[in-house]
Design a protein. Structure first.
Length: 373
């Protein structure tokens, strides 16, 4: 046999052996793969089963969580109710203790009332006895009571007559008072002489104004007769407007007024002359009191005064309130009612301002003339 044929024969034999071995290997691999596939299928099935179980467990956990939340809410609600119940129990216990205290107090009061009722019954019996006695006495006093009633009625009629008489006399008094004020003059001009200032006294200046009374007849006054000063005499040197040309001209003059107040006159003396005008105002008349004079002549002192010695303004208002208070006293016959309104104005450089507004000088008031002037 040819060596090549042997070699081919040998290669064929090897090829057959290798194929057998390959087949065996393939069978082994197939068996191994088959076993692995079966294991994977089993693992997948186990995983799916576990997933289902996990899902079921998750659902159960959610249900348990929900149940736990509801349980906690229920516990909190029960705790709140329990706290309220405890508070209510404590309050009920306090109310019960208070009720017991009130009951004890009521029992004491009831016992006191019983004692008072017993005393009232005893007193009532005595009063009833006295009442019967008084009824007997009243029957005997019947004629005297009738006389007293008649006297009361007569007194009422006299009182009504007196009220009418008082009202009539009040009207006459007002009419006569107005006539007296009219006779004295609707326009009255008074003069008040101020005392010398400390500077004038220091300079030893002499007074240039004197106050006197015009004498009647032979110049003698009857004993006890008082006449107010009405004449002002002026005597002095006229001051020159040019300091380089002093004036030696003597000035003399006499002026007569309704009343002249000397330099030693008091605030009360000045107001005494003006007080009747306040009564006229309350009676319904119009009145105006003003001070006129140059700077430094004493206008502010006369009208305003000081806290210790007030002037005309304060005294007039006090008199006004006193009269209205007296006439509006309801306990008196013919009481009246009054309404007082106050306005304060400033007249400066022919401009009028209301001093009671927030910004007085922001707006000028217009001056108008009515039909009455």
């Amino acid at each position: 046999m040819d060596p090549r044929d042997k070699e081919i024969q040998m290669l064929k034999s090897q090829n057959i052996a290798l194929q057998k071995e390959l087949m065996l290997s393939m069978k082994r691999c197939h068996n191994v793969f088959q076993k692995q596939d079966d294991g994977l299928v089993s693992t997948i099935e186990n995983s799916r089963s576990k997933e289902k179980r996990i899902k079921v467990l998750n659902q159960r956990i959610e249900e348990l969580n929900t149940l736990l939340t509801r349980s906690e809410e229920t516990i909190n609600s029960l705790s709140s109710h329990l706290t309220e119940s405890r508070l209510e129990k404590e309050k009920l216990a306090q109310d019960l203790a208070l009720a017991h205290a009130k009951l004890n107090s009521s029992q004491t009061v009831i016992q006191t009332f019983k004692a008072e009722v017993d005393a009232l019954k005893s007193t009532s019996a005595k009063v009833e006895t006295q009442l019967h006695e008084l009824i007997g006495i009243a029957k005997g006093m019947g004629p005297y009571v009738a006389q007293a009633l008649d006297a009361v009625k007569e007194s009422g009629r006299k009182q009504s007559s007196l009220v009418r008489l008082y009202e009539s006399e009040a009207k006459k008094r007002k009419m006569y008072f107005d006539e007296v004020q009219t006779l004295r003059g609707n326009f009255r001009v008074f003069c008040r002489v101020r005392p010398q200032t400390p500077k004038e006294v220091q300079m030893a200046e002499s007074a240039v104004v004197s106050v006197s009374v015009p004498l009647l007849g032979d110049g003698e006054l009857p004993l006890g007769v008082k006449i107010n000063e009405t004449l002002v005499s002026v005597e002095g040197m006229r001051e020159s407007s040019n300091p380089n040309k002093p004036s030696n001209r003597m000035v003399k003059g006499s002026y007569e007024f309704e009343r002249v107040f000397g330099s030693n006159s008091s605030q009360s003396t000045v107001f005494e002359e003006l007080s009747p005008l306040i009564t006229s105002v309350v009676d319904g008349q119009n009145c105006c009191i003003l001070a006129y004079g140059q700077t430094g002549s004493g206008k502010t002192h006369t009208m305003q005064g000081t806290p210790d010695d007030p002037g005309v303004n304060h005294r007039a208002l006090n008199e006004l309130f006193a009269i209205t208070q007296s006439r509006s006293d309801s306990s008196k016959t013919g009481a009246e009612r009054f309404r007082i309104v106050v306005s304060i104005y400033e007249i400066h450089n022919e401009s009028v301002y209301d001093l009671l507004v927030d910004n007085p000088h922001s707006e000028k008031l217009k001056i108008k003339q009515s039909g009455k002037g």
